[in-house]
Design a protein around this ligand. Structure first.
Ligand code: PGA
Length: 251
């Protein structure tokens, strides 16, 4: 069976200015040739244009970290999906746990944003993940199934949808989900996608949460892990490229 090409996505979060952002993007682009995985940089909105110019003509894609559900209008401070598309983005992350927690985004908000992304011609990276309290109470699988069902946009396909499983307790904490924990949740996501989409088997499911060069080989080797969403380590070109190099070639 053909397996999807791995995607290694770097989420710079609220980090980077003109000088260091240029240097980081340039170093990632310079090291990107010949990798089996597709590389994606999601810089802060202020640097998207700059990173898109650095990545032009390379295999490195550029994405946003969030978008509004509406294509434009009186929404001070927000960014519409067509604006991201206009800057050269191919992807946008929606529903990151930091948005869900710090900005009160619910599944229905995430679903609307993902729908806006698709309408603008972007692929949506839909993030889901349980909190530590949910895991400790044995609720992980129902929570993941509920978030997925509530966040998926209508009309999605493997070309326009990526799902990122990011256990909240593993983000930025140095705590990584075990291979068994990742396998269990990714298998559930795969089953749910298969039940909902005709090409659900080809939708890329990323793992995120303290992915580093030293754990990338084991995480990226788990069944149904089709890449990684990398936060902290994506701010270091060498580390990010080492993670990308750990993604297995597939065909
Ligand atoms: P981390 O972040 O790699 O720093 O844990 C991952 C994410 O939030 O996407």
């Amino acid at each position: 069976m053909t397996l999807p090409r791995p995607l290694i996505a770097g989420n710079w979060k609220m980090n980077g200015h003109l000088a260091d952002g240029t240097a980081l993007a340039r170093a990632v682009v310079a090291g990107s040739a010949g990798l089996a995985a597709e590389l994606l940089i999601c810089p802060p909105a202020t640097l998207i244009g700059l990173v898109a110019r650095e990545a032009e003509g390379s295999a490195v894609a550029v994405g946003g970290q969030d978008c509004h559900a509406k294509p434009g209008g009186a929404f001070t401070g927000d960014i519409a999906a067509p604006m991201l598309k206009d800057l050269g983005c191919r992807y946008v992350i929606v529903g990151h746990s930091e948005r869900r927690t710090l900005h009160g985004e619910r599944d229905s908000d995430v679903q609307a944003k993902a729908g806006a992304a698709l309408a603008a011609g972007l692929a949506a990276i839909v993030c889901i993940g349980e909190t530590l309290a949910e895991r400790d109470s044995g609720a992980t699988l129902p929570v993941i199934a509920r978030q997925l069902a509530g966040s998926l946009p209508a009309g999605a396909s493997a070309a326009t949808l990526v799902v990122a499983y990011e256990p909240v307790w593993a983000i930025g904490t140095g705590r990584v989900a075990s291979v068994d924990q990742v396998a269990e949740v990714h298998a559930l996501i795969r089953r749910e996608l298969g039940a909902r989409l005709s090409d659900g088997a080809m939708v890329r499911i990323l793992y995120g949460g303290s992915v580093k060069p030293d754990n990338a080989v084991s995480l990226l080797g788990v069944a149904d892990v089709d890449g990684a969403l990398v936060g902290g380590a994506s701010l270091d070109a060498k580390a990010f490229l080492a993670i990308a190099a750990a993604a297995p070639a597939r065909r």
